[in-house]
Write a protein that binds this ligand. Structure first.
Ligand SMILES: N[C@H](CCC[C@H](N)C(=O)O)C(=O)O
Length: 292
């Protein structure tokens, strides 16, 4: 089956965007994996699908598949690219749209400076108390270490990592690190991603607080691996930092792929607002093999 696609990226998190406004393509998980494959397919962290919505007050539906072919609830960098795509393709003339995802409705808005701001909805903290006290820190048990026959730089890795579990519709486990460049992301990311504490697996965030308004972040993404940026990961990290009393209500998140700005007033009913870049890289078409 030959299909047309648009390759996009937001802060280096990259996507294949598919247009299903004229009808569903009916792709299988294996075909999503093929599209995401950087050697045999197009190559992307996620596949984003644009669908029309029949619901009142909702402009589009937004489907998200990770590179491993699994469908997930939310993708923040993808939401900005989604808004850029539907505007550039003439599918809407609106500056602000409302988009249905598995995690609920989000509202991306195109800014005059070319960036996109998305109301990502309310965060959920485990336990769902705001602002959470140290009980909000959930130690990932000793078992994490026993899986490692390796040592890092000659030292045994941390016996446990103290994480803060935050949901942006998709699950995140955020930990504080002194230096993101030295964080053992490749070593502990996969272990946290598949830790039994998270029934649906989890995105693992490594947060370095530089000041009350400036942080650095790396994320080992569920179903992908480390990406250059993670929008929902940036939201989750800022929510965790504010909840721990370390950050103000508006934070610049420096990722390896670029800058995201996150704002959250700190209340349980306050939405998290994310602002960042979104651009088209190229258009193309590709023959997708029949893969069950
Ligand atoms: N890997 C994530 C989905 C994509 C999130 C990320 N690309 C973003 O920008 O939010 C998950 O499995 O929940």
């Amino acid at each position: 089956m030959q299909i047309r696609f648009t390759k996009m990226q937001g802060a280096g998190n990259d996507f294949v965007v598919l247009d299903e406004t004229q009808g569903a393509l009916g792709l299988t998980p294996a075909q999503y994996r093929f599209l995401a494959d950087r050697h045999f397919g197009v190559g992307a962290d996620q596949i984003l699908t644009v669908r029309p919505s029949l619901a009142d007050g909702i402009d589009f539906e937004y489907l998200i598949h990770n590179a491993d072919g699994g469908q997930v609830q939310q993708c923040g960098n993808g939401a900005r690219c989604f808004a850029r795509y539907v505007r550039d393709k003439g599918l809407t003339a609106k500056e602000q749209i409302r988009v249905q995802t598995l995690a609920g409705v989000i509202a991306p808005r195109l800014e005059s400076d070319g960036r996109v701001t998305v109301d990502m909805g309310r965060p959920a903290l485990e336990p769902a108390r705001l602002p959470f006290d140290t009980q909000g820190l959930a130690p990932v048990p000793q078992g994490l270490v026993q899986k490692w026959p390796l040592t890092l730089d000659g030292q045994a890795p941390e016996a446990t990592v103290m994480i803060v579990a935050v949901s942006m519709g998709n699950p995140h486990a955020v930990q504080l690190v002194d230096d993101v460049d030295r964080a053992p992301v490749a070593l502990t990311g996969p272990l946290i991603e598949s830790h039994p504490r998270f029934a649906e697996r989890v995105n693992a965030g490594y947060l370095q607080v530089q000041s009350r308004s400036q942080v650095r972040l790396r994320v080992y993404e569920r179903g992908v691996g480390e990406t250059l940026a993670c929008g929902t990961g940036a939201c989750a990290a800022v929510v965790a930092g504010i909840g721990l009393g370390l950050l103000d209500a508006r934070v610049d998140v420096h990722t390896r792929g670029g800058l995201l700005t996150i704002a959250w007033a700190g209340g349980p009913d306050d939405p998290v607002l994310m602002t960042g870049p979104a651009s088209t890289v190229f258009e193309g078409q590709i023959d997708i093999p029949d893969l069950p």
